[in-house]
Design a protein. Structure first.
Length: 432
């Protein structure tokens, strides 16, 4: 069969694609670097509709349909993970954004059960001679949506890299294709601060040669990577592929040879970084992007011996409850895969689940270690799951400790300026 003929039959314009959106339509779009910009930039132009729901995750752009008050009631951004645009909308009091509580490894599956999508509108790399495209830099839930949505529309972007793993989609699985070339969003590397380097030093001491790592994004993870250059035979099994992993690979610290699962391969479920990183991943058989339902399944994660999960938090209370996604009732980000990977690493043979945070926030004005989480704060990692907590002042291993012991361990890694008051507050509420 000539797959190019099939492709041509299914090729439409963005405006033709938008005509499929009616009142009440439920849409899911691909995430992060692969967000469907043709859809998101133009959705607000669809007229005479209401209650159109669009599920997104970690949107990079700020799009009219959810940042402008005039679209309240017409469009709703259902977000699995808030980023800057969603936060702005929420803080402005707009009712155009809501959060979907989730653990990443089941986010897509739960969506299909609770609100089966009418349309999956994603992004793909160009089709090859056998009729295959790839969903490129993210297969967190994208393949699940291709298989379950009533209609599949893909924006074919010639700048989207072809990737290996569970990313392939055949033209026969797609209802429509839209050719839309745009620059892939980038997330520049951040320079770690002195405090972040100190935190990273403590984390590095917990990582043995041959460990398999899950590393998040931001200053602390970047600092961790800089301090692991002298490690040997590290491996990667991670939710998000990051720039720091390439750095450690090129330095020889990451070889992936001693992994229990997928030896010799980087395993991730999506990638977000710079053009250089995307070039590294493109058509690289050493990097496999697999479904989030597999990569982040705690029982899969736990099969890696010496698994180390490194995530960051906003605050931790004195009994070990971790909040990583909100400040009180003000939602900031999302659970993402934090609980998935923390639990998986904690269950692994010789594994470690690490929560890292600066001891203070607001330029030292407030302690991030608190007697009680602020009213309304979601608990991202329950205290019964919390393993290691690390600040620039040291390491607290909480598993197996009673509440008295936990309070003391966390006081010891809190900022010295707040320890006396934290101890007093702990006594006042009966923790010690």
């Amino acid at each position: 069969m000539n797959w190019n003929d099939e492709y041509r039959k299914k090729k439409i314009s963005i405006d033709e694609g938008l005509r499929n959106i009616k009142s009440g339509t439920k849409i899911v779009t691909s995430m992060a670097a692969m967000e469907a910009q043709g859809l998101l930039k133009n959705l607000h132009r669809v007229e005479d509709v209401e209650n159109v729901a669009v599920a997104t995750c970690l949107t990079i752009g700020e799009y009219p349909f959810f940042v402008n008050k005039e679209y309240e009631g017409r469009f709703l951004n259902e977000s699995w993970f808030h980023s800057v645009g969603a936060r702005k909308a929420v803080s402005s009091g707009l009712r155009t954004v809501t959060y979907i509580p989730n653990n990443l490894h089941v986010a897509g599956i739960e969506r299909i059960v609770a609100n089966k999508p009418d349309i999956f509108w994603g992004v793909a790399s160009p089709m090859d001679r056998n009729g295959y495209m790839t969903v490129s830099l993210s297969t967190v839930y994208e393949r699940d949506m291709v298989e379950n949505a009533k209609m599949v529309i893909l924006e074919v972007n010639e700048k989207a890299p072809k990737t290996h793993g569970d990313t392939h989609v055949h033209i026969s699985e797609v209802d429509y294709v839209i050719e839309n070339t745009f620059d892939i969003p980038e997330l520049p590397d951040t320079e770690p601060s002195e405090t972040e380097m100190n935190i990273a030093g403590h984390i590095s001491s917990l990582v043995v040669d041959g460990a398999t790592l899950q590393i998040g994004i931001g200053g602390i993870p970047n600092a961790v990577a800089r301090l692991m250059e002298d490690k040997h035979d590290l491996g990667i099994h991670t939710e998000m592929f990051t720039e720091s992993m390439i750095h450690l690979f090129e330095k020889g610290a990451i070889t992936n040879r001693k992994k229990s699962l997928w030896p010799g391969k980087f395993i991730a479920t999506f990638a977000l970084g710079t053009k250089e990183m995307y070039s590294f991943i493109e058509d690289n058989p050493g990097v496999l992007l697999l479904r989030g339902s597999y990569v982040n399944d705690p029982y899969v994660v736990s099969q890696n011996e010496n698994m180390v999960s490194i995530n960051t938090a906003i605050s931790v209370d004195l009994t070990g409850q971790v909040c990583s996604e909100a400040i009180g009732t003000r939602h900031y980000s999302g659970t993402g895969g934090q609980l998935d990977t923390h639990r998986g690493a904690s269950m692994a043979k010789n594994g470690k689940g690490i929560i890292a945070l600066r001891s203070t926030a607001k330029k030292g004005a407030v302690s991030t270690i608190v007697p009680l989480l602020p009213l309304g704060s979601p608990v991202t990692v329950p205290r019964q799951d919390t393993d290691y907590v690390v600040t620039e002042f040291g390491i607290a291993r909480l598993k197996g400790l009673n509440v008295f012991q936990r309070v003391e361990a966390l006081l010891n890694i809190s900022h010295p300026d707040f320890r006396s008051e934290l101890r007093k507050q702990a006594r006042d509420i009966g923790l010690i």
